[in-house]
Design a protein around this ligand. Structure first.
Ligand code: SF4
Length: 385
């Protein structure tokens, strides 16, 4: 009966859309988290190395000290810490994860987490053979444990634009080779993939070309704004990359407006609407959810723990103390409350999490109004000719 109902709904496009809207609405939060609840984290962000072969205009990670990073043995001990016992989703990033020669061995330790359901990795794809070998091995291990594996590759423009954002010559072809191979034989590498573009001054006026290129090549491309982020130490680079000031801000607004109407998935449309409204406002308010407000943890390659990567200082080190003691420490929880109260509204990082019901509701009304206005305009235009 259930399956029959789902098939019927899928066949009827309007029912299907209504189902999606209702699901989206009821998955929303009635209240915003204030950062004060002591919950075990469900998501773990894992910068597995500070080493990087990219020289991105919006990032200083490659300048950071990468000595004394954890060995597989030490990492295995960290993964056994109680603080990770409810983690369902892990995101491996860096630096560049594919530079870690025994990356699959680290992934094996992650897969031992008792509540794990999802594993994600983000890479610049500059060394296709090495990356693909790593992800193939990790995916084989994921399949054995029933863990879903997602691969994300960064692509910030076509040809020289991508190279300019990444600060390296002739890397566009290599990145594209990685993406194309993953798409060509996805069953070998991952359950799902996406291509991630970070919007900065250097590419903001070339995004329509990139989007057209991506569509032509059937890339599942997502966009995010380049923003200030403590973990990657990019505060002093703002002038160099940020699109927050005129005239770049207007280009970004127009592009997010375009995405809001042309993205396939409702959740993406909401995300782009939230970024669009945030960019348009003089007193921005975050509408996107964020797990890091209460349910996220960041662990770096030296055993340091943070709340979110964007705003949190290091809270302590697993080399010194147990994770639970650090994560739930009263002073640290007060610190997180302070982040949620004073920083989150200024943060437009595309982290996910459950948004507020009221914001989802406003988004749906906005889309309906926009749709009706467009239909009315088309109707009027027929009589103007
Ligand atoms: S500052 Fe940004 S990333 Fe950090 S908790 Fe707030 S919304 Fe999330």
């Amino acid at each position: 009966m259930g399956k029959f109902l789902i098939r019927l709904i899928k066949k009827n496009k309007k029912f299907f859309l209504l189902g999606k809207v209702l699901y989206f609405l009821f998955a929303a939060n009635l209240f915003s988290p204030n950062g004060g609840r002591k919950k075990y984290p469900k998501v773990l962000q894992l910068p597995i190395t500070y080493r990087c072969n990219s020289r991105c205009v919006m990032c200083n990670v490659w300048r950071m000290d990468h000595k004394n990073e954890f060995s597989v043995e030490e990492f295995a001990k960290f993964m056994k810490d109680d603080i990770f016992k409810k983690v369902e989703s892990v995101g491996i990033n860096g630096g560049e994860p594919s530079l870690v020669s025994n990356l699959p061995a680290y992934a094996e330790k992650i897969l031992n987490l008792p509540s794990l359901k999802y594993l994600n990795i983000i890479s610049n794809g500059f060394i296709p053979q090495r990356l693909l070998l790593h992800v193939q091995k990790i995916y084989d291990a994921c399949k054995k444990r029933g863990i879903l594996f997602h691969v994300s590759i960064s692509l910030d423009g076509i040809g020289k634009i991508h190279d300019a954002v990444r600060g390296r010559e002739n890397v566009f072809e290599k990145t594209v080779a990685s993406i194309d191979e993953i798409i060509r034989d996805q069953a070998k590498y991952c359950d799902s993939y996406d291509v991630a573009c970070t919007i900065v001054k250097q590419n903001v006026n070339y995004l329509v070309e990139l989007d057209t290129y991506a569509k032509r090549k059937k890339y599942n491309i997502k966009y995010r704004l380049g923003i200030e982020n403590k973990r990657i130490g990019n505060y002093d680079l703002r002038e160099q990359y940020s699109v927050m000031e005129a005239p770049f801000r207007q280009s970004a607004i127009e592009f997010f407006h375009y995405l809001m109407h042309h993205s396939e998935h409702l959740s993406d449309r909401f995300k782009y609407y939230a970024i669009f409204k945030w960019l348009c406002s003089e007193k921005p308010k975050r509408m996107l959810g964020c797990y890091w407000q209460e349910e996220g943890i960041t662990l770096d390659s030296k055993g340091n723990i943070y709340y979110c990567a964007v705003a949190s200082d290091s809270l302590g080190s697993l080399r010194v103390e147990k994770g639970k003691k650090i994560f739930f420490d009263r002073k640290n929880i007060e610190y997180r409350k302070n982040i949620v109260k004073n920083v989150c509204n200024h943060c437009i990082h595309d982290y996910s999490g459950r948004p507020r019901f009221q914001d989802v509701w406003n988004f749906l009304l906005y889309m309906i109004k926009d749709n009706v206005a467009m239909k009315f305009y088309r109707f009027k235009a027929r009589f103007m000719l």
